[in-house]
Design a protein around this ligand. Structure first.
Ligand code: HPA
Length: 277
């Protein structure tokens, strides 16, 4: 059954946030399933998705809050952290699943870091690895082409070909060289599928042939939204399972557990990158 669309516009969401904070962050971060980083922001203002977007996410591991605050007490600038997102597989439509990203764009936030939980297709990956996206495949097959919400020409190809992605990769390499806990830094191509079920082994084989390194059910809508805007977006997948013929797939609980383990490393990576922006 389709969820009822909130009908809220990005401009209304920005007006709500601005009314409460009066601030414009230099970066926003969207956190997917169970990914908990950038806790303890200073002078934090916490808003619920329900209040900002008119809807609350229904998936476990997503708290559905938007926090505006400072990374360090001495920082003059602030960031925004969005915990949770809306998915097409929950029955939300394209307008709903892009509302948060459209709000970031409308708010004039120049940088957006996206995270997601994803299954590893690349056999060199391990559970808990972090994969910085260098490209993505859109298998979400939504209605946006019919609706013409996004110009089909430039956004998909160029969305990740940017300096924010390069900064993530370079910072990940530097941290891995300096800090022995920073293991499992990967780069690769993300395939976004509609879900909600995980893939069959035949689909896994197909995606591998298409040279995808990880598979998930989000992030592509946000990347498409930013591809045609002044907001530069980059994304990191937390690899919560690695596909193989012999290993049974875990459920949502195991996905959450693996995300928790990788969160510490992602926290270090994001704090280092945010300090450089
Ligand atoms: N497939 C799709 N989405 C996922 C997976 C997966 O294997 N793991 C975490 N999210």
């Amino acid at each position: 059954m389709l969820k009822e669309a909130s009908g809220r516009t990005a401009a209304q969401a920005v007006a709500h946030i601005q009314g409460l904070t009066g601030l414009k962050p230099y970066a926003a971060v969207v956190l997917g399933s169970g990914v908990s980083v950038l806790e303890g922001l200073h002078d934090a203002v916490v808003m619920s998705f329900k209040d900002v977007f008119g809807m609350a996410p229904g998936v476990a591991g997503h708290s559905g809050t938007l926090t505006v605050g400072r990374l360090n007490p001495t920082d003059e600038r602030c960031i925004a952290v969005l915990r949770g997102r809306f998915h097409l597989y929950e029955g939300y439509d394209w307008q709903d699943v892009t509302l948060a990203a459209r709000t970031i764009v409308e708010w004039g936030v120049p940088n957006l870091l996206l995270t997601n939980a994803a299954g590893g297709l690349n056999q060199n990956f391990s559970v808990g690895d972090l994969m910085i996206l260098t490209g993505y495949r859109d298998h979400l097959n939504p209605k946006w082409k019919e609706l013409g919400l996004i110009p089909a020409v430039q956004a998909p190809a160029t969305a990740l070909d940017n300096s924010l992605t390069q900064l993530l990769i370079a910072t990940g390499k530097r941290l891995a060289a300096e800090d022995k806990t920073m293991v499992g830094m990967q780069t690769g191509v993300y395939a976004g599928l509609l879900g909600p079920s995980y893939e069959t082994m035949a689909e896994v084989e197909m995606l591998r042939k298409l040279k995808a390194d990880a598979v998930g059910m989000s992030t592509v809508p946000e990347l498409l939204t930013c591809g045609d805007s002044a907001t530069m977006a980059a994304a990191v997948s937390v690899i919560t399972n690695v596909w193989s013929k012999d290993v049974a797939m875990g459920g949502h609980e195991e996905v959450l557990e693996a995300s928790r383990g990788a969160s510490k490393r992602l926290d270090k990576l994001f704090r280092a990158v945010l300090a450089l922006l």
